[in-house]
Design a protein around this ligand. Sequence first.
Ligand code: TRP
Ligand code: SF4
Length: 336
Amino acid sequence: MEKKNILTGDRPSGKLHLGHYFGALKPRIELQDKYNTYVLIADVQALTDNFNNPERVSQNVREVAIDNLSVGIDPNKSVILIQSMIPEIAELTVYYSNLVTIARLYRNPTVKNEINQKQHLFGNKGEGVTYGFLGYPVSQAGDITAFDGALVPVGEDQIPVLEQTREIVRKFNSIYGDTLVEPEHLLSENPRIKGLDGNEKMGKSLGNAIFLSDPEEEVSKKIMKAVTDPQKIKKDDPGNPDVCMVYYYHKLVNKTTLEKVCEECKKGTRGCVQCKQELIAKMMEFLKPIQEKRKYYEDHPEIVDEILIEGTKKAQLKAKEVMKRVKKSMKINYFE
Ligand code: TRP
Ligand code: SF4
């Protein structure tokens, strides 16, 4: 049987943190052996809410590529590509825009949320939302279908956006004949990672994130401030690890002494300061290999460029093939 294609995307608007790692990057590393994996750096999509700040996008394209490479995306197995260099995606977006209503886009809960969060750009009630931002799910349908993406690993918040792709694909296939692959989502085991402050979500703008590139001093400062069991005041008070963010992170990165941490906390034989120091050590053990690889790529920008150029070339071939099929189905393949 032919391998299925996986398509994933990141907006290059900042460095990636542990939330991205456990929610999106880790599953993608495991999947690259089983599927043809395309990792799309979504610069066109990042511009929909950074159109007035293009440097932020262009500066982060290589950062996001390095983040992916340093956690284990292997350029010999996966294709890393830059969205704006695949004009077929923009072309598909134009054709798909006939297949979706404006009312449907406004109803998309993810888009609605994002518009609300971006009042500085789109006004208090979203009255100033742009055509481009409202339509990013249409362009995302282009991202996925341009590579026959069958599986899309996403966090929970992207499920409504993927649903929009599925609707567009079904409509396209019903009007123009069976042409496009209808993708399914693949929800990761840890779709959402909590912040150090106990917030349900780790987010760059929430100030509760550990970045993959954070040096030890930074990690240490952040973990020392993390929220612990508020009932455990003295070192020998018994604690409840289930309400402690330090324990929550031990569960993610501490593979060797987790049980001990839990037992000692419950018995009251472990103090929170010691527990945090141990977590810092475990966190650095986890981050070190990632940061060493990051440093290698930072020191060799020409290798990163080469990987992006090669990946984009491969992606161009695939997108051209899909575009040909699409034009044929739509009967706009005039001189073939
Ligand atoms: N919208 C995604 C996000 O904000 C990024 C993205 C762009 C994406 N294109 C994609 C995700 C295609 C999956 C498939 O995180
Ligand atoms: Fe949390 Fe550790 Fe303190 Fe228990 S001992 S409350 S697990 S920091």
